[in-house]
Design a binder for this molecule. Structure first.
Ligand code: ADP
Ligand code: ADP
Length: 228
């Protein structure tokens, strides 16, 4: 369960990014976050990952107030949240396998478990045969699939996808969407910030629309609601 209570967030330069957010997202939901550029979508997702903390108000994840986490606890908190970005953010000199294994090596998993789990997530995203490739040798869609595999390799409870299809053609975007739905079907809460009117209107899910730092719309099986 994710809960925001009266969340306000002002950046150090004085920009008010969030202006009184109240929302509850249950475990296992799939939620689109929509809204114009600058509306506060990224700040919203960054708050869950605790890259930013609210100026006032509370962000609770499984009942834990993220602004009360001690410095040392933040990495543990983040292990429960996978993040996927529009620009993939893979390590260019590492192979696909290594990019994914890295996330498990830092938590000192045994080599045997790392190997098993990496091949498992590569299988899930359909890239077992590309384990030895480096990111440059892959298409954009394949790179995004590697990024998704990396994001879920720790079995996080929450997956945040920040415009995951923003750099991809429509056909590839559908493939990515299918993988995100599969991950959601296995019980992971998925939050997807997106500008894709086509996807939101075709694959019906909860839609939370943010404008000027407030939630202006929150609908079960909603529409994108903006011009593409
Ligand atoms: P969105 O993801 O919907 O485009 P953001 O959350 O990135 O919106 O931005 C919300 C507002 O906060 C915008 O006015 C943006 O310019 C501002 N903003 C975002 N990041 C920062 C930052 N690091 N410092 C100052 N202002 C920021
Ligand atoms: P399977 O589980 O299907 O037998 P394999 O063990 O054959 O999978 O590995 C599939 C791919 O992953 C192969 O290309 C293999 O070389 C690669 N791979 C496996 N382990 C590593 C590793 N530690 N580093 C880089 N590539 C690896």
């Amino acid at each position: 369960m994710i809960e925001m209570q009266d969340v306000y967030m002002t950046y150090p330069n004085g920009v008010v990014a969030l202006n009184g957010l109240n929302v509850k997202i249950k475990t296992g939901e799939f939620v689109y976050i929509v809204g114009p550029s600058g509306a506060g979508k990224s700040t919203f997702t960054k708050m869950l990952f605790r890259e930013v903390v609210p100026t006032t108000g509370k962000v609770l994840i499984q009942g834990v107030d993220t602004s009360k986490l001690k410095w040392k606890e933040v990495p543990y908190h983040r292990r429960n949240i996978g993040v996927v970005y529009q620009d993939f953010r893979l390590l260019p000199k590492l192979t696909v396998y290594e990019n994914i294994a890295f996330a498990l090596e830092v938590i000192e998993e045994s080599p045997k478990n790392i190997r098993k789990r990496v091949m498992e997530v590569l299988d899930l995203v359909g890239l077992k045969n590309k384990a030895r490739f480096i990111p440059d040798e892959l298409s954009g869609g394949e790179q995004q699939r590697v990024a998704i595999a990396r994001a879920i390799v720790n079995r996080p409870g929450i997956l945040i996808a920040d415009e995951p299809t923003g750099n991809l053609d429509p056909e590839t975007s559908w493939e990515i969407m299918q993988i995100l739905e599969e991950i959601n079907a296995s019980g992971t809460t998925v939050l997807m910030a997106t500008h894709s009117k086509e996807i939101v209107n075709a694959v019906k899910k909860r839609v939370i629309a943010i404008e000027d730092g407030i939630i202006v719309r929150d609908e079960h099986r909603g529409e994108y609601g903006y011009e593409a």
